[in-house]
Each structure stands twice: as C-alpha cells, then as structure tokens.
Design a protein around this ligand. Structure first.
Ligand SMILES: Cc1ncc(COP(=O)(O)O)c(C=O)c1O
Length: 456
C-alpha cells in the first residue's frame, strides 16, 4: 500500500483535499467495480487507467476507496466550471423541479431560448447568428454537415489529417485521428477528403512553419487532382486539434482557409467542441487568429458535464425549411439551465482565469520539460496544453505514474499528454499538478521504478 500526499505548500487548498492516495490503485472497491464493468460494458471503451470515480468537487475527484485526485483531464475537457459547481447544481435542481423535458424541436421553452440567445451573442460572427442545440459533439458535427450540404447544394467536405470530429457515421467520416476509430465501419460518407494539418512544434524543435506548405497541398493536390472546389460544401477544421495531439493551427493557416472558402463559395466550419467555451482564454480559439468561420460547433465544456452541444451559423446560411432537421432530447431544459449557469461562471471568472492559469501551467510544464530531457514539445493555448514525449510508451508511463500520485491527465495524439483542467483551477492546484507531473516524468524515466509504478 502506498500513501502519497501532495507537498504541504501546494495541493488543492481551496477544497482542503490535497491528492491523497491511501490504497494501492485500484483499491479494493474499485477492483470490484472494474470486474463487474468488464463483464457488461462494450469492449470498445478504452479506460486510460483504473480510476473509479465516486464524487467530485471543484478540481478534486474522489474515488470509491476514498483516494483523491487533482483532475486535469476534466472528463475530457468537459467540466469547465469544475465538478458539481454549486451554481450549476442549483440550476439543475431548480430546473428538474420545474420541467425536465418538453422537446425543443416541437415546442417553445424559456431556458432553451435563453441558452440559444446567449450562444448567438458570443458567436464569432459579424452577422447575426442562429443556433441549433444538440445532445453531443458528434451530433453538432452531423447537423453542421447537413446544413452545409443543404445550403451549398454541394456534396464534398474537406477535413484534416489527425482531426477528430466524433463517431457517428458522418462525423466519423471526417475523423482521421486513429485508424482503429474507423476500421471495420466502412463505407463511410463519400466525397470527404483529408488534407494535411500543420503540426507545429515550436518549443524546442522550432519546426512546423506557418501552414503554408499544407495550404499549398490543399490547393494544388486536393483541389487540383481529387475534388473540384466547386463540389465542396465545407472545410471543417479544429483551430486547435484536440484528440489528434493538441496542435494549434497557425493563424496564417486559418486565414488561408478563410480565403480559399471565400474564393470558392465554401463554408468554413470551426469545430470548437474541445477548444471552445473559454478554454483558451477567449470564448473561441479561432478568435486568436482573427478569422470568422461560417459555422461554429460547441459541446463538451458548454454545460459543465450535462449533455448538450450546438452548431451556430451565420443567419444567411440557414436556408433549410421546417422539418429539415430536429432532435427529440436536444436542448433539454435541465441541460440548458446548466449551460446558462456555466456561461455565467465562465464569463465572470473562467475566461480570464484560463488565460492566467494557462500561462502559469505552461511555465511549469516547460520547466519540467527542460529538466527532464525526455519531452519533445510543450504546446497549446490557455488551459489547452499538451506535452509530447518521444514515444507512445513514454507518454503512457507518465500518464500512469501521474495517476498513481493523484493527478488525472489524458493522452492524445501519438505520444502526448493533454492538460485540460477546469477553467476555475487556482494557482495552488496548478503548482501541485506541475510538481506531481515532474515526479511522474522522473519515475517513468527510471526503468525499474517505472515498471513498478505502472504495474509491470
Ligand atoms: C473536436 C471534437 N469534435 C467532436 C467531438 C465529438 O464529441 P462527442 O464525443 O460529444 O460526440 C470531440 C470529442 O472529443 C472533439 O474533441
């Protein structure tokens, strides 16, 4: 049995819950639940490590055996206001008492309306915006593909190598992150082409450039040989690739995509399901480049963990008629109420904090990287930061060693670890996470110790 506590000077002071690991991981209760889960759950689930969560508060998650963790994964960048923020919980309870469901596709409801109004107000368009609420990220992608095809009367879509857009058939056709996500599911949607995405590693290698080579490939090879731009409805891009490895697109690349879209009457769709909702210190990552998309997609951090997403488009794009698109549960009033409370919290404290804490976290991670000698890159914007290692095995070993010390992170790309904590994270929590991460990198570098730490 191990007992690990974060140093007295750090830890989750606000929650009075410094990471405390007092059982072997997984503990006895966690082991029992994992065994039952394995007997019934779909084998397609890929649990990163054996965390069995029981409760959460702020940035701290407690497992079923009473171990506590600093959560810098936030349920895959979802718990933007932390776990069970009191204002979000109150909004959910109040709305559940009032009305749980009515079907926004068929009837009007005030929370549904107010949430659309708030999202339209923060959409990064000059033109007035309209909103369609969804149940998830992948459903927002599906809806946006349909809207783009309907509006342009064109079939083709350009997506990017390494991109991730979801797992339903349309979104999966765009997804290009890991082949196991696509294997066995074809034929996928036709006339989807994947262009190269700039993988800029500027921290140590200084490589990647400004995306001009990738733009030239799209213009010359894809539009020159594979699909005529006049057949393309939309270019779908993550301004910061998430699952693909936390690669921010250079501003010049996004500007180049905008120019291509303008030249050929193509819609630019920004998939900000992971990078949006204030995570980068602005509502949308694409705002850092000063580029306006035609459609923007949101989900994940939009409602602190309640299942809701949205596709938001410029007024003139919505040319489809009543009945063209709908969804039974989407925009559920309880989720919308949680979304409204989430927007309030992000507006009043989350955005500014994401920028400030993001800078602090980045400095800490770069410091660990400098000292470790095994880190290939540190990159990202605000509280969307990735640390790339030389190999998948190294990233996996560090992720596991961090977990065993009370820090939750998640791998992404081929060999990176992502840091996507709640946007309300404080300086003590950031410092504690950096310390634990440094220890985890050290442990994973020592083969014997690393073997022990990862269970062999
Ligand atoms: C950029 C991006 N788009 C789409 C999705 C799909 O969202 P969901 O898992 O809610 O369907 C994800 C999920 O990771 C994502 O990161």
């Amino acid at each position: 049995m191990t007992t690990i506590e974060a140093p007295a000077s750090g830890g989750a002071a606000r929650n009075d819950a410094a990471p405390r690991i007092s059982t072997d991981l997984p503990g006895p209760k966690a082991q029992a639940i994992i065994a039952r889960d394995q007997a019934v759950a779909s084998p397609s689930l890929t649990r990163a490590y054996p965390l069995v969560a029981e409760s959460g508060s702020g940035v701290v998650v407690t497992d079923v055996d009473g171990n506590t963790f600093l959560d810098f994964a936030a349920g895959i960048a979802v718990c933007s206001t932390g776990h069970s923020h009191p204002k979000v919980v109150a909004a959910i309870k109040e709305q559940a008492d009032r009305l749980i469901h009515i079907a926004g596709t068929d009837f009007y409801e005030p929370r549904y309306l107010e949430f659309m109004e708030r999202l339209a107000a923060i959409a990064p368009f000059e033109e007035k915006a309209r909103v369609f609420l969804t149940n998830s990220g992948t459903e927002a992608v599906e809806g946006a593909i349909k809207l783009a095809r309907y509006h342009t009367k064109r079939p083709g879509i350009i997506a990017f190598e390494g991109g991730f857009h979801g797992r339903t058939m349309g979104a999966l056709s765009l997804t290009n992150s890991k082949v196991k996500q696509r294997a066995g599911f074809g034929p996928l949607v036709p006339m989807v082409h994947h262009a190269p995405f700039p993988r800029v590693r500027s921290w140590r290698e200084g490589t990647g450039g400004d995306g001009s080579a990738e733009l030239a490939h799209l213009k010359n090879t894809i539009f020159g040989r594979q699909i005529a731009p006049s057949d393309v409805a939309a270019i779908v891009v993550e301004p910061i690739q998430g699952e693909g490895g936390y690669f921010p697109a250079p501003a010049a690349f996004l500007e180049g995509l905008r120019a291509l879209c303008d030249e050929h009457g193509i819609l630019l769709i920004a998939d900000e399901i992971q990078s949006g909702m204030g995570r980068t210190g602005s509502w949308w990552a694409i705002e850092h480049a000063g580029v306006e998309p035609d459609i923007i997609l949101s989900a994940k951090g939009i409602a602190s963990g309640m299942p809701i997403g949205a596709f938001i488009a410029r007024e003139s794009v919505w040319t489809w008629p009543p009945g063209a698109h709908g969804s039974t549960f989407a925009g559920n009033p309880v989720c919308a109420a949680a979304g409204l409370a989430t927007l309030d919290i992000l507006e009043s404290e989350g955005l500014a904090n994401a920028a400030e804490m993001g800078a602090r976290l980045r400095r800490g991670l770069e410091d660990v990287a400098d000292r470790s000698g095994v880190v290939r890159d540190v990159r990202g914007v605000g509280l969307m930061l990735g640390v790339e290692f030389e190999s998948h095995e190294a990233a996996e070993a560090v992720q596991d060693a961090a977990f065993r010390r009370g820090l939750l992170t998640l791998e992404c790309g081929e060999s990176s670890i992502r840091f996507s904590p709640p946007l309300i994270v404080d300086a003590d929590e950031v410092d504690a996470a950096v310390r634990i991460f440094g220890e985890a990198v050290g442990a994973a570098r020592t083969p014997e110790k690393g073997m022990d730490e990862t269970g062999g």
